[in-house]
Structures are given as structure tokens and as C-alpha cells.
Ligand binder design. Sequence first.
Ligand code: DLL
Length: 433
Amino acid sequence: MRDLTPERSELDAIEIASRDEIEALQFKRLQWSLDHAYENVPHYRKKFTDAGVHPSGLNSLSDLARFPVALKDDFRANYPFSMLAVPKRRLARIHASSGTTGKPTVVGYTAADVGVWADCVARSMRASGTRPGDMVHISYGYGLFTGGLGAHFGADRLGCAVVPVGGGMTARQVQLIEDFQATTIMVTPSYMLAILEEYRRQNRDPKDSPLQVGIFGAEPWTNSMRSVIEDAFDMHAVDIYGLSEIMGPGVANECVETKDGLHIWEDHFYPEIIDPASGESLPDGEIGELVLTTLTKEAQPVIRYRTRDLTRLLPGTARSMRRIEKISGRLDDMIILRGVNLYPSQIEELILGIPGLEPHFQIELAREGPLDGMRVKAEAAPSAAGAEAREAMAASLGRLVKERIGVSVSAEVAEPGSLPRSQGKAVRIIDHR
Ligand code: DLL
């Protein structure tokens, strides 16, 4: 893999500014954002008033913890436009999250918001090792989902040639990467696995692909998955985080030179970690739920959004801005099995440690008598497809889950190619209960 570390001179000054400078900027912007929300969004004005707080009471960054949190339900209850802080005619873009149940979450952007978003994604891409002039293949979905267009505007801002492919038609994805000689790909890690498989199906060695950088996000993925992709393609696999309510991709990103967690672009987003049960603030270093506040968003300022994502805050390394550890799971994906809490990423880690298993898996939950039962379905590589090999691997997997996580599950290793492949965000849990 090539060393793609950017020069210090290529970075935005604030990325490597002192903590004092960053915090001074955050404080000024936070005051503005709280005022803006209070003055222009009746929902925030009422919530602040009910909680007995007012923007003028903010005397330090830590005072933010006294303000009420925002939930996904607040967005739903204000569907479609009541969270806006600007008149509708000032909007330049609208995105929405699918909302598996009920109403989708709508997010509005002014032209300036779209510009800040492009800046944040361009900064993320540069941190990942992408440079102006690179050919960027985008397989995140285009449309109301923020992945495709968010990546697109960022690549454009960085000065890259953009190939706006979107998801699906996997054989064609490989064809276009090869024909156009894309050097960066932006896609969910699970769809990257389908693309990897397609390389092999076409008898192409992924190591010979022109790709040097993959910018993967929109779903949890482990460091073991990083190794699978990096080893197969001889490319850098870098993590990008974001969510529609706050902006889209580009809220935080890893640096290619360290790959040690994702630097939050703290000049635009203020992070906190809370205990998801009590709502109390937790100090840096402790694992809890990530809470984000926008510092510069005009159309839809968001104050203390509970992301439902679990991680912890760590000090800066390659940049002065703090990092979040790779997201270990979403509260919504937490499985409670006979009193033990577990997340799909723990299962992914175990599966990738067993030679002969492919990086595809699903978890099925069902009622078994009075108790909940869990079945882990993994898939054999073609080289280990025999019934005996599959049974042995299933036994190892069941044993590992018991040893490392502490619950008994039924493990099954299916034939090569039999589990469904993702074209966007992978569906890991199927709940039959
Ligand atoms: O998934 C935005 C995005 C697009 C991020 C492309 C990165 C790349 P939503 O559809 O609103 O937005 O889903 C947001 O996805 O709260 C996390 O649970 C999860 N997620 C996003 N990035 C990561 C990541 C986009 N790098 C939700 N690691 C978030 C783990 C992630 N989970």
C-alpha cells in the first residue's frame, strides 16, 4: 500500500490548531447555534423553556449538558418542516432517512449548509488519502439517502473526477472501476464485499485493481473487516461516519496514516457521550451514546441529538480534533439474550477469525419456548464447502460465541454464495419474535 499521508500544508489550519483555538471557535459557534435554534424553531424554544434553560445561560462548553436532548421522534413529530430555522424558500436541498417504521426524518439544507457539507466530505476524503485529480467511484445510493450526493459534492469540492454510479449492478461496478481506473471508491463496507466477490467471479485479481483508497461507512464494520478488504485489494480501507439528522457522511473520518478511530470535525459538530440509561454525561474515554450538536447549520440546527450510536471520545492524534472509536454498535441493534447484551459487530469479529468462513453473516432471533434463541448464520468459502468442513466451522463458531460473549447460540455454516448480499446497508438481524 502506498503512503498517502497528506502534507501538513494541505490541511485546513483548524485541523491542527491548538485545543484552545478549537474550543474558542466552538464556544462562539455554539452560542450562535443555540440562539439560532431558540429564536427560530418553536420546538427548541419550548423545550429549552420547559427545561428552564436559555442560550444566554451558556458560559462554557460544558454548560451544554444542561440543555435538553433531541430524539429521532422530535424530527418525526415535526414532519416535514417544523424543525426548520429558516423560511422554506431559503432551502437548497432536502434529504430524508428511510424511516423503517412511520414517517421519514426530513433534513433541510441552505446553500451554505450544502457548502459546509462538501467541505467536510472533501476534508474527510483528503484524510483518507484521496487527492485532487483522483478518479472517485461512488457506489453509495443516490437520492434522498445522504450517501451518494454527500460523497459526490465532497469529491467535486476536492477537485476529483466523480463517477456517480450509485448502488447495484455489481458486474458493471467492476467493469467501470477497471475501465475508468478509479483510484478511490466510496461505498458501504458490506457492498464492497459483494464487489470483491464479483472481482473473483470475473477471474480478476483484486490486487491488480487501480483502487488505492476505500472510504467506507453508513454501517458498523470491524477492524477485522478492514484487514479482509485491505489484504484482498492492497488498498487503504478508511472509516467515514455521519448521519442524516446532523448532515450526512463526513461528520467524522479516520486518517489514513493512523486508522485509529475517526476524528470528529469539531469546528462544525460538538460531540458528547452520555450514559444511554440515565442520560448523564460521561467523561472522555468512557463508552456510551454519542450526542451531537451542530455548530454551523443554518437551515436545521440540531441541539444535542442522541445518535443511538455507541462509542467513546478519545484525544486527537493525527489531528488536534478529538476522535471517536470505531462505532461498536447501535442501541437499536443491541441483542439481549438471556441477560447478555451483544452487538452484530462482535459476531463479525469472531467469524472473521475462523479460516474458511466468508465475511457474510446474519443473525436470526426467534422464540424457543419461554426464552429467546439466536441463530448465527455464516457462510463457507468455496475452499471449505464440504459438509464436514462446514459442520466443524459451525462448531468452532458456536464455541467461540460461548467463550467470548458468554451465551449459547446455534451456529450454522451455509454453502458458498447462499446468504443474501447487501447493495447498501447490510441487514444483519432478522427478528422472528
Ligand atoms: O448512513 C450517512 C452516511 C452515508 C455515512 C455514507 C457514511 C457514509 P443515515 O442513513 O441517517 O446516514 O444513517 C446514520 O448509520 O447513526 C450509524 O448508526 C450508522 N453509521 C453511519 N456511518 C457509520 C460508520 C448515513 N462509519 C446511521 N460506522 C448512524 C458505524 C455508521 N455506523
